[in-house]
Design a protein around this ligand. Structure first.
Ligand SMILES: [Zn+2]
Length: 78
């Protein structure tokens, strides 16, 4: 894949990236969120390349976040 984004590709690795921290740092913009809670989702836009992510916050012993780029080429579910 030639579609590389060094600015935000690292978000997909690991699960300890809090979107609120990234927004405070000016690296992303939180576009919208679900109802706030321990388990919730964010829609986040990279401040550098405008790629959007769906970030799922997962409650557990510690909060975790999974970052999934929107528009990533993937098989349809059906
Ligand atoms: Zn980016």
């Amino acid at each position: 894949m030639s579609d590389r984004h060094p600015c935000c590709d690292p978000y997909r690795d690991g699960d300890r990236t809090d979107p609120n921290d990234e927004q405070r740092a000016g690296r992303v913009r939180i576009v919208e969120t679900s109802e706030p809670g321990w388990s919730m989702t964010y829609r986040v836009e990279c401040a550098t390349c405008a790629r959007r992510f769906t970030v799922t916050q997962i409650d557990g012993p510690a909060l975790r976040w999974t970052w999934v780029p929107q528009g990533e080429k993937r098989r349809r579910a059906h």
